[in-house]
Design a protein around this ligand. Structure first.
Ligand SMILES: [Zn+2]
Length: 431
């Protein structure tokens, strides 16, 4: 059974359902039953917003590395519920600190998904159509996961990052819907993120208020500063195989785990799993050093989990600009496919991609050798151009007549403000 909890524009009576809600106090937050376990802390975005204003923020903020557009807005909307400030807490002009929950709870931002997923895959996406004044809804119950849908075509969604003019703020609505998925219902405390209605553009929902904080503390308990690990800084060589040092506190002597964003981009449950580096020791409890895996991860957010599996074991998220600064990041995060993998010479093939950084220059390359990643080594260009506002695109090419019997390898690369993202390698065999 689906339990739709909705946020509506002010003035319209909407939302609620038979499963809502346990009233915990006369005035204030409510709960919907259940909390998110440690395997359900992930959240992702399938960025299928069509509106031109939903992905027009292309400015990277150092406290939120490697994401822009709607993805950045979603990430901040979730990070606001975190146990501590995300990084230094900066990066949003509408609030002093992002990361205000102060409970034993933090979401794990795992970047993009390639589909809307099932109702338990913890993916946010856009949905066509409309439902009166409803902006978005969360499909619960939450114990086995959730799904959030925005009515993408019905409203003029804006990704900020500051004031959003006459549209509706993605970040504020995301913060509200993610409040449902962590276990909160609507509140009667005016001015809270979890009120059933927004007024104005919804930017006021970006910053959770005392009643929202009381709600997340009720569900997950107030942050335990004697147990829960935290991160002050990350330094070292943030590339595959690099040695990285994390400074913070409450690390276990042995068996700490670092959660990195996975480079698996799917519309299913596995894409939500963190790429974990396990078995890390910390002699002092305040510093640990580990080696970054050679593959499987991307930059974005990083957490530390101490030697425990309980709700107090996972730190807040910290910005992790892995491979950043003009290097190569996001290996295989773009999904590239073709209308045929065995096209005859002289035939037309459509190549299409999704999950790319938006509004960014792309280079589509080929070679007779699989040089993945092809950043510097390729024989020729399939094409160049600029990705669209939702990071998808396609290009048609005719297979050269001389191609019979040859196999070529292809990859698309997108330059996101100096950071290169690339796709999976396509193998095309011409019969
Ligand atoms: Zn709601």
């Amino acid at each position: 059974m689906k339990n739709f909890l909705r946020i509506a524009l002010g003035g319209l009576v909407l939302g609620g359902s038979a499963m809502v809600a346990t009233q915990d106090q006369a005035v204030g937050y409510t709960t919907i039953g259940g909390t998110l376990g440690m395997s359900q802390r992930d959240f992702r975005l399938y960025n299928n917003f069509n509106g031109s204003s939903a992905n027009n923020n292309t400015t990277i903020n150092a406290n939120w590395p490697q994401y822009d557009g709607a993805e950045l807005a979603m990430w901040k909307g979730g990070a606001e519920w975190g146990s501590r400030a995300h990084g230094d807490g900066s990066g949003d002009t509408s609030q002093g600190t992002v990361g205000s929950g102060t409970a034993n709870f933090s979401y794990f931002w795992n970047g993009e998904a390639s589909g809307v997923g099932g109702t338990n895959d913890n993916i946010i996406s856009s949905l066509g159509g409309s439902s009166g004044g409803v902006l978005a809804f969360a499909e619960t119950p939450i114990n086995n996961g959730w799904r959030i849908r925005f009515y993408g075509d019905a409203w003029s969604w804006q990704d900020g990052p500051g004031s959003v003019g006459s549209g509706i703020d993605i970040q504020g609505v995301a913060c509200h819907e993610l409040g449902h998925t962590l276990g909160l219902g609507h509140t009667t405390a005016s001015g809270s993120t979890m009120t059933a209605f927004i007024s104005g553009t919804g930017t006021g929902q970006r910053s959770i208020q005392s009643d929202d904080i009381n709600g997340v503390k009720f569900l997950y308990e107030a942050r335990d500063d004697n147990k829960m690990p935290w991160i002050d800084s990350i330094s070292g060589s943030l590339v595959p195989g690099g040695s990285v040092t994390i400074n913070g506190g409450n690390f276990s002597p042995t068996n700490n785990t670092v959660w990195l964003q996975s480079d698996v981009v799917t519309g299913g449950n596995t894409g939500g799993d963190a790429e974990k580096v396990t078995g890390i020791s910390s002699g002092s409890g305040t510093s640990m050093t580990f080696t970054l895996p050679n593959s499987g991860w991307t930059g974005g957010a990083l957490h530390v989990q101490m030697d425990d599996v309980g709700k107090k074991s996972l730190s807040e998220s910290h910005p992790f600009d892995g491979n950043g600064g003009g290097g190569t990041i996001g290996n295989d995060t773009i999904i590239l496919t073709a209308s045929s993998f065995t096209p005859p010479a002289g035939s037309l093939v459509t190549f299409s991609w999704s999950g790319a950084p938006v509004n960014s220059p792309y280079t589509f390359v080929w070679d007779f050798t699989n040089n993945s990643p092809f950043f510097a080594t390729y024989s020729g260009l399939v094409g160049t151009g600029t990705t669209n506002v939702i990071g998808t695109g396609s290009i048609n090419r005719i297979v050269p007549n001389g191609g019979s019997g040859r196999t070529v390898y292809m990859e698309i690369q997108v330059d996101d403000n100096g950071v290169i993202h690339d796709s999976n390698t396509l193998t095309i065999s011409v019969p």
